[in-house]
Design a protein around this ligand. Structure first.
Ligand code: HEC
Ligand code: HEC
Length: 366
């Protein structure tokens, strides 16, 4: 009864706010789609003057616009960690040094010279994740995410899980998006990416994710609030990944194994939202599944090695895998789990070849 009331409330909300019928037919969806696809020019403010690409689509394109990106388009972050001894420190210019603007690195594997002022000695690549279905993730309440935390490992399974807490204008909100769950809301990510990826300034909406002025000569803001809202609307209404629907009995067998060996402890098959269950296969919490000695970026509330459990819906279309694309395929992705997932990895390794295959066939159907 409880559930059906929630679903009915969700329907009522969508009747009030959504375009009648299919939101992908809404003119705002079309405008947002065009803006996501649009190559911006320096005359429109592209670059700050540095940037990573000239459009959102340049990186988010697999299997459709809004999706994931290939390895060649990984973005880079840099910092200092005293050659691995710690503590991690940000560079004076922040972690997101552009790959297209000095200090230029010739190969992305080369760090800026650590002996120079502002030099870095630790480097991290970030793969472009898919943003398909993120409108539903946006609706998952903070309380639902927090309910699965286990910061002191009270159940003693070696798996912790903490929500990313972010101060937004003095209020704590829970991070949902980005590899370190660094962004609470989808619309916040549009502001963040506009400047971080394209070097375009956006109006201040009071939430702290817009960069409102830059160093080029184009008057700020370079993109209007309406344009930000249009892109957010497009992303929010991109249809979520659909199950493949294979009738191969290994799909059911694989789902069973997924739960049995412990994958589902972090990749929770579904989380509730006001518009119904969201079958994302994630708890949206941070875990450290990196191998010992891993070096990477730290942020307040997301230390070195901590990444958000990525949703697995649509996973067959978004190779390569893990935050830096270190795994080429799904088997490689599973074997790239260590740390909190060490036991679960061992459970996987101990499966028969037939069971390992069933698990992969199941993942490919998500
Ligand atoms: C140069 C490649 C690149 C471009 C261009 C780019 N992105 Fe991204 N996008 C990324 C990467 C890499 C991440 C993950 C960033 C992280 O967490 O460090 C990301 C993450 C995202 C996410 C969160 C996805 C998730 O699963 O949490 C959204 C939403 C997003 N981008 C929207 C946009 C929008 C809107 C634009 C255009 C204004 C854009 N991106 C342009 C590479 C890109
Ligand atoms: C302790 C929590 C945890 C457990 C248990 C776990 N995962 Fe993960 N999984 C993660 C995290 C965190 C990442 C992201 C790591 C990174 O980006 O480097 C991840 C990444 C992945 C990816 C890559 C996703 C992408 O978009 O790149 C796949 C596939 C995956 N897990 C499947 C599995 C399967 C199958 C199992 C069971 C054998 C499993 N995971 C067990 C937390 C977990």
């Amino acid at each position: 009864m409880q559930l059906s009331r929630i679903v009915v409330a969700g329907l009522a909300v969508s009747l009030v706010f959504a375009f009648p019928g299919d939101p992908t037919e809404d003119p705002q969806f079309q405008r947002g789609r065009d803006l996501f696809d649009k190559p911006f020019t320096p005359a429109e403010g592209l670059g700050a003057p540095e940037m990573n690409a000239d459009s959102c689509r340049a990186c988010h394109q697999d299997p459709v616009m809004g999706g994931a990106g290939p390895l060649e388009l990984n973005v880079s972050r840099f910092g200092r960690d005293n050659n691995g001894a710690g503590p991690f420190e940000n560079l004076p210019g922040g972690q997101g040094l552009s790959k297209l603007y000095p200090p230029m690195v010739h190969g992305r594997e080369e760090y800026p010279d650590p002996t120079q002022p502002g030099g870095a000695d630790v480097f991290e690549q970030r793969q472009t994740p898919s943003a398909i279905g993120h409108g539903l993730i946006d609706q998952i309440p903070d309380a639902v995410i927090i309910a699965n935390e286990d910061p002191n490992d009270l159940d003693g399974d070696g798996i912790f899980g903490v929500a990313r807490r972010i101060d937004v204008a003095g209020e704590i909100e829970i991070g949902r998006f980005g590899w370190k769950a660094q962004i609470p809301r989808l619309a916040d990510f549009v502001n963040d990416a506009m400047f971080g990826e394209l070097g375009l300034t956006t109006p201040d909406n009071g939430r702290g994710f817009a960069v409102t002025s830059d160093n080029d000569l184009v008057p700020d803001p370079e993109v209007s609030q309406q344009q930000v809202d249009d892109i957010a609307f497009f992303l929010a209404n991109l249809p979520a990944p659909q199950r493949g629907g294979s009738t191969d009995p290994r799909v059911t067998q694989g789902l069973k194994l997924f739960a049995q060996i412990g994958c589902a402890k972090c990749h929770i098959p579904s989380l509730p939202s006001p518009s119904g269950p969201v079958p994302l296969f994630s708890n949206l919490l941070l875990h450290n599944v990196m191998p010992a000695g891993f070096r990477g970026m730290a942020e307040p509330g997301a230390d070195v090695g901590y990444y958000q459990t990525p949703p697995l819906w649509g996973i067959k279309d978004t190779a390569p895998y893990m935050h830096d694309g270190r795994a080429e395929d799904l088997r490689g992705a599973i074997l790239a789990h260590f740390g909190e997932a060490e036991q679960v990895r061992a459970n996987y390794v101990a499966l028969s070849e037939a069971d390992k295959d069933a698990l992969i066939v199941f993942l490919e159907d998500l």
